[in-house]
Design a protein around this ligand. Structure first.
Ligand code: NAD
Length: 467
């Protein structure tokens, strides 16, 4: 997303960024557009805080549970604010808050432990783990709290301190979250900085940062990796996806249609691991497209705070323009909109839930990441053809296989080149599992113990047995 569209606010008391409400397109609030000296000061504070924070794992566990309590208690303020700036239905914002709380508690209890290391010689070696130091996190606008917590929970549990930058499109709930957590954490352990670029680039290249963990597009991920190379900071990159769902010929279309639809359209399709392409056996293709179109027509689209809303607006104007562009190009390439295909009249960034059929496989809505409420349904002849098409993009985040025989579906799962494959559903992640994309979808592992170790440095004490 090249152009953050937050507008510059009135001067006085430092530069400000205006945050827009995507349901209306109107100004919602402002945050500081922080400058290099403020970033330096935040990183300095993270260094000072690290000395104490790294020293006492038991105190960290207590503090992280207290932070989780504070976040849970603030849910009634955090969730509506998140909905107003991000657009998602209120229940989904509450789910983000709940996930943040659960993640803090999960990592608070994880202990990296120590492991004996031996190759059979009479040597006593022990592997221990050390925190890295002050680390940086850069987060996108689709799940601001949930993705922030995926970064700060393992990092803080590991004994690191963190400076975290939310997207300029969605900084409000993150700032409130930081304030809420600061009641439970020592000063400087977690600092939220806000502002437009080049704030993220400065953070990624800052010599005081030991690890940069980034979630966002592959293009920005490349820039972040380049910036971090200046200080040889470690990088973890969670990037885009173009997940394929392969339907096998024994699939019961009506039985799976609801699940498949929501796996693609939840959060208005703005999910890295949403279903972004459906491959159906050619004889089933129109039935699948029709079943999904029925769900698309009946989905309630509206402001996230309106009771009953199932699909909110797209988060921001550049993203809406991209979705319009991809859809128009597909239609120009010969695709047919089974339903939707256009933005909705009126204020705000609303796009009609769209099912596309007869889409040429080279159309960007198939080959790239649409990241919006638009889903192409593509026919295949043989299963080999479907697997090859699913693996044909540069992405490798997730995928799914759907059919009446889960064992057969699972056999196909092993052929997909990606980090997670779901059978007869798509997108669920447990806190305990590793989350890692292959190919251009990521570098490094988040989630579960792997996420904790990604925030630690191995340290081996090696001595002969008799010593
Ligand atoms: P983006 O790459 O445009 O921005 C992500 C973050 O990087 C924002 O905070 C942005 O301000 C910041 N940024 C922009 N330029 C930067 C630079 N040069 N240096 C450092 N930081 C910079 O992504 P987005 O549009 O906010 O989010 C959508 C993308 O995120 C999609 O591609 C989606 O698939 C991906 N995503 C991936 C995951 C995952 O876990 N794999 C999860 C959610 C979203």
């Amino acid at each position: 997303m090249p152009t953050p569209l937050a507008r510059r606010g009135p001067r006085g008391g430092g530069e400000r960024l205006t945050v827009l409400d995507p349901a209306t397109g109107e100004a919602l609030d402002e945050v500081p557009d922080q400058q290099p000296d403020e970033l330096d000061a935040a990183i300095e504070r993270a260094h000072e805080a690290w000395r104490g924070w790294r020293a006492d794992p038991a105190a960290r566990t207590t503090a992280l549970h207290a932070a989780a309590d504070a976040v849970a208690a603030a849910g009634a303020d955090l969730a509506p604010l998140l909905t107003r700036e991000q657009g998602k239905p209120l229940a989904e914002s509450h789910a983000e808050v709940a996930r943040t709380v659960a993640r803090l508690r999960y990592f608070a209890e994880l202990d990296p432990g120590t492991q004996p290391v031996t190759d059979g010689r009479p040597v006593r070696s022990e592997l221990r783990w050390r925190p890295l130091g002050p680390v940086a996190a850069i987060v996108p606008w689709n799940f601001p709290l949930q993705l922030a917590s995926a970064k700060f929970a393992p990092a803080l549990a590991a004994g690191n301190t963190m400076v975290l930058k939310p997207s300029p499109f969605t900084p409000l709930a993150s700032r409130l979250l930081g304030a809420v957590m600061s009641a439970a954490l020592p000063e400087g352990v977690l600092t939220i900085v806000t502002g437009r670029e080049p704030l993220g680039a400065r953070l990624a290249s800052h010599p005081g940062i030991r690890h940069v963990t980034f979630t966002g597009s592959a293009a920005t991920g490349r820039a972040v990796a380049g910036a971090a190379a200046a200080s040889l900071a470690r990088v973890t990159l969670e990037l885009g996806g173009n997940d394929a769902a392969i339907l096998l010929e024994d699939v019961e279309v009506e039985r799976i249609a609801d699940r498949l639809f929501w796996a693609a359209f939840r959060n208005c399709g703005q999910v890295c691991m949403a279903v972004k392409r459906v491959y159906a056996p050619a004889p089933l293709c129109s039935q699948v497209a029709e079943a999904l179109a029925q769900r698309a027509k009946s989905a309630v689209v509206g402001a996230g705070l309106d009771p009953g809303t199932q699909l909110g607006p797209v988060n921001n104007a550049p993203q809406l323009a991209r979705i319009e562009r991809y859809t128009a190009r597909a239609l120009a390439d010969g695709a047919r909109a089974v339903t939707g295909g256009h933005r909705l009249e009126g204020p705000g960034y609303f796009f009609a839930p769209t099912i596309l059929a007869e889409v040429p496989p080279h159309s960007p809505v198939v080959t790239a990441e649409q990241f919006g409420p638009v889903l192409p349904v593509l026919p295949y002849g043989s299963l080999d053809e479907a697997v090859e098409a699913a693996n044909s993009t540069g992405f490798g985040l997730g995928g799914s296989v759907w059919g009446s025989d889960p064992d057969r579906a699972e056999a196909v799962a092993g052929r997909l080149e990606c980090g997670t494959v779901w059978i007869n559903h798509h997108g669920e992640l447990s806190l305990a599992q590793p989350f890692a994309g292959t190919k251009e979808s990521g570098v490094g592992i988040a989630g579960g113990p792997w996420g904790l170790y990604g925030n630690l440095s191995p340290f081996v004490v090696h001595r002969p047995q008799e010593a």
